[in-house]
Design a protein around this ligand. Sequence first.
Ligand code: PMP
Length: 374
Amino acid sequence: MKEPIYLDNAGTTKMFEECADVIKDYACKHFYNPSAGYALAIQNNKLLDSVRNSVLNKLNLNKGNVIFTSGATESNNLAIKGSVRNGKWEYVFSAGEHPSVYKTALDLQLQGAVVHFVPLTASGEIDYEELAKVLNDKTRLISIIHVSNETGAINDLQKISALKKKLSPKALLHIDGVQAFCKIPVDLSKTEVDLYTISAHKFHGPKGVGALFVKNKEALKPIVFGGEQEFGKRSGTENLPAIIAMQYAIEKIDVQKNYQNTQILKNIFLEIFEGNEKIKILETQSPYIVSLSFEGVNGETLMRALEKEVIISTGSACSSKHAGNRILENIGLNKDRIKSSVRISFNAYLTEQEVERAGKMILQVYNEIWEKVK
Ligand code: PMP
């Protein structure tokens, strides 16, 4: 059977095949516990450090710590809960956060902390003026998504850094970089970012592995206790095979080249829908993610009708189980438009022909459904 064209790469990506070889090698051959004291284990520990360097290099940093985790959900929880302190501190989030940040923020609020959710603008970015209004010297943590997993909107780390420096100099700045890292050029060197979350399965690495960049590890408290691995900030034996496979993906990806390729793919795709009054495109900056709505047709209906040929999504896998969409609502889309929205997400290795074929197929299937329901 012919494989469908996969356009849900913000949900997850296909792992590079070579990662499977790496995993086998480090699970079955070089399997030694990196915390043990003999030479073969010490060798593995050194390898972990080389992966930390690969992560730092990709962020254009030459110092700082990298803590390996089971993925971005854990990294986000660690960044937030590990920054919480007793006292009259305040915590600031955007309204466009992934549930792993949003629900952690709600939990903080439930426990009595002062939590601010800063609204988004119509283009899906955080509203910087509103952000400025809630920042003060009691701010302990600012946690903002880099690229929205729902819309592809990119938040400006320079602007956020400048606001933090001026208004909340004591705060820690955490960025959920899952949809940015290894996709768009990321340079943290001239920013105020203290914590940055990444997840390997979003850039062709294995699932269940990720990391948290930490500028100053003393600022972070652990949330998982045990054998003191990862500088005592995340106990538990590291998932060495997956971590080395993540490094393979980081080293293989040419971010600049992939970014340009994907921009071409997105343009080819969007051209198919431009000028069609029934189809609304939410214009955002990331070439990897686009949110479209198809008048009169449920996003879910379109997704299911297409799935043998083209795989798309009705939003992030994490929100698809819930009615509505918190993020599209926040940027001001009406209920009908939200119901008829789908998320298309590319990877840099798709061909122009595949993307064109997928776009034409989506249009054709939409038109067929529209004819029946109009
Ligand atoms: N943050 C963002 C922005 C995401 O897109 C995702 C994955 N949907 C996550 C966090 C959670 O990542 P993981 O699957 O690695 O826990």
